[in-house]
Write a protein that binds this ligand. Structure first.
Ligand code: F6P
Length: 323
């Protein structure tokens, strides 16, 4: 391996820059030339390469987003798009790629290696934390701490006005952010797709809380596949109970900002592991951390297998939200 490309793809996540920095430094230390690919798979298809030396990765570890920029490329989902990307990679003399992203990135990466023989290694980086093969994805810790800060702030105003609040957090299809920020924020209810609660049940529980003397409450809602659905929930609760509420959709605020220490360390560890995997001939894998150990998982498994929520945490959420 003489030259590797590094790209970030899908939703940006705090800690991606720490990961890029670590991959570059690991490559340089091994005598490998690192090259940046701009705008994820879209840039790969267009041959948008940029040199990555020590000066480029200076002073980026504390920055959110990704200096390489990112995209969700529909073109890379096609065989033609991947084949165009492969030509660009070969023309640039790149021997392997480090892919930093989520399950969509690894789906594309798996097909790319299978079809073209160009070696890839992945780093799981998504605030959703929904990549199989790692307990934590880069970006998740920053996102839950951002959500937690918002919950704490909203609790102040909820208490002052004796109000019910719905706080909607990100997490396409999954409730990782809602579960952990909801528990940490002491939410009265946490709605997640993995442990669904009917609207009728939510209404009757909220009615009970307020009947028993509660004057304010916080319901943390995972956006699931229906961003903005908390507004409907709020209306329905009002119609059924007369309880007035407010809605706060946190949205992309959770994706930006300086990464936490945990995300910087995780990004640094896994960025380095991915480069080592390419170098050791363990390509086609994603670097992760399971029970505190660094592991490599076949890239195919990371998007084909579904990562479950920690069942103890789900039980704990239910226990702690009961009155
Ligand atoms: O990257 C993950 C994520 O932030 C999800 O939580 C969210 O559903 C989605 O991306 C939003 O995507 P976009 O930024 O393309 O609207």
């Amino acid at each position: 391996m003489k030259k590797i490309g590094i790209l970030t793809s899908g939703g940006d996540a705090p800690g991606m820059n720490a990961c890029i920095r670590s991959a570059v430094r690991t490559a340089l230390a091994a005598g490998i030339e690192p090259v940046g690919v701009l705008r994820g798979f879209s840039g790969l298809i267009r041959g948008e390469f940029t040199p990555l030396d020590r000066s480029v990765i200076c002073n980026i570890i504390h920055r959110g987003g990704t200096i390489l920029e990112t995209s969700r490329s529909a073109e890379f989902e096609t065989r033609e798009g991947r084949s165009r990307a492969a030509s660009m990679v070969r023309d640039a003399g790149i021997d392997g790629l480090v892919l930093i992203g989520g399950d969509g990135t690894f789906h594309g990466g798996t097909l790319f290696q299978e079809e073209t023989g160009i070696e890839v290694a992945g780093v799981p980086a998504t605030i959703d934390n929904d990549v199989y093969g790692t307990d934590y994805c880069v970006g998740f810790d920053s996102a839950i701490n951002c959500a937690l800060e918002a919950i704490d702030r909203i609790r102040d105003t909820a208490l002052s006005h004796e109000r019910l609040f719905f706080i909607e957090v990100m997490g396409r299809d999954t409730g990782f952010i809602a579960l952990e920020s909801g528990i940490a924020g002491g939410a009265e209810e946490v709605l997640i797709p993995e442990d669904p609660m009917s609207e009728w049940e939510l209404i009757s529980r909220l009615r009970e809380y307020f009947r028993a003397g509660k004057r304010s409450a916080i319901v943390v809602v995972a956006e699931a596949d229906n961003p903005g659905w908390s507004f409907r929930l709020s209306r329905e609760v009002h119609e059924a109970t007369g309880i007035d509420s407010r809605v706060c959709v946190l949205g992309h605020v959770q994706r930006g900002g300086s990464p936490t220490a945990r995300d910087r360390v995780l990004g640094s560890m896994l960025g380095s592991s991915a480069v080592n995997a390419l170098q050791d001939g363990s390509s086609g894998c994603v670097a992760g951390e399971l029970h505190g150990d660094e592991v490599l998982t076949p890239m195919k498994e990371t998007w084909m297998k579904k990562k479950s929520l920690d069942s103890h945490l789900v039980m704990l959420k239910n226990l702690l939200s009961e009155e």
